[in-house]
Write a protein that binds this ligand. Structure first.
Ligand code: DAK
Length: 256
């Protein structure tokens, strides 16, 4: 079965990341499939708004696929962060069609970074969000250090990035990380209502509005994030963090 399911109804294209056996973790194939679907949507006049969600009730996306990046070196990490940002995360944020993320469970690491690249976020009440990268010996590499601070402010972003902890849906709503929280069974319907409200408006004005809002935010930090992310791949902490995850044990960092 395809890694990204597509359904188009009333101008709303729903893209469902479909890799439930790995909690929809983003491997290279998922990133490529999602990127292609977003690209195709830009040229399809029948698509007015895009809704992005994950298959199943447990996870939106539980992060980048740890099994895939565990043996990367600095050059590979930096290169993939750069390509991932450009091919998927920037493509979501810079989409001319508004993107609504329907966050249906865990949105961790690259999963939360994907939701944050969307323009509006609606979460189910069972959603849990966080950037656990530092517990793996890396930092968020798909724009998370930048977009989280842009969305929730520097103080809360520092807390979330440095602790690597998760927050629940209500806490996400309180800090502005998500726009709305609803019961799981109402999530897609609510996302479609939001998408429908947006879709009633002029497409050219929507594209201009997206462009204008985004123009107010600096892009300077994204390159720093990519470089610092790549450097993490040279460290013993990264080896220990990813190995511990794969061995299903707690990592032993110096002094921990
Ligand atoms: N990658 C690969 N497999 C994953 C995964 C992930 N991120 N998350 C879950 N899975 C897999 C589990 O290994 C397990 O597979 P099996 O053992 O059954 O084969 C299956 O999904 C079900 O997961 P659990 O058994 O762990 O389910 P639980 O309910 O017990 O726990 C959980 C749910 C979400 C709390 C737990 O699965 C978890 O902690 N997952 C990992 C969360 C996490 O640390 N995510 C990664 C954050 S770091 C990069 C750019 C950016 C990034 C990386 C590279 N490059 C450019 C190279 C970003 C990195 C991140 O996202």
């Amino acid at each position: 079965m395809s890694l990204v399911l597509k359904s188009l109804e009333d101008g709303i294209l729903t893209l469902t990341i479909h890799r439930p056996e790995a909690l929809n973790a983003l491997n290279r194939s998922v990133i490529d499939a999602l990127s292609a679907a977003l690209e195709a949507a830009q040229d399809n006049d029948d698509v007015r708004v895009i809704v992005l969600t994950g298959a199943g009730e447990k996870a939106f996306v539980a992060g980048a696929d740890i099994k895939e990046f565990a043996d990367f070196d600095q050059a590979k990490g930096e290169d993939l962060a750069r390509r991932g940002q450009r091919d998927l995360f920037d493509r979501v944020e810079q989409s001319r069609k508004p993107v609504v993320a329907a966050v249906n469970g865990f949105a961790l690491g690259g999963g939360l970074e994907l939701a944050m690249a969307a323009h509006v976020r609606i979460a189910s009440s069972n959603a849990r969000m966080g950037l656990p990268e530092v517990s793996l010996g890396v930092i968020p590499g798909y724009g998370g250090t930048q977009r989280l601070a842009q969305i929730v402010g520097k103080g809360k972003a520092m807390e979330m990035v440095l602790t690597g902890g998760m927050i629940d849906a209500e806490a996400s709503l309180a800090c502005g990380l998500v726009n709305q929280v609803v019961d799981p069974e109402l999530l897609l319907e609510t996302a479609h209502v939001m998408a429908g409200k947006i879709a009633k408006n002029a497409p050219t004005a929507l594209a201009a509005a997206l462009d204008s809002v985004l123009a107010g935010y600096s892009r300077d930090g994204f390159d720093v994030e990519i470089q610092r992310f790549g450097q993490c791949f040279t460290t013993h902490d990264f080896k220990e963090g990813t190995t511990a995850f794969l061995e299903k044990r707690k990592p032993q960092f110096p002094g921990s």
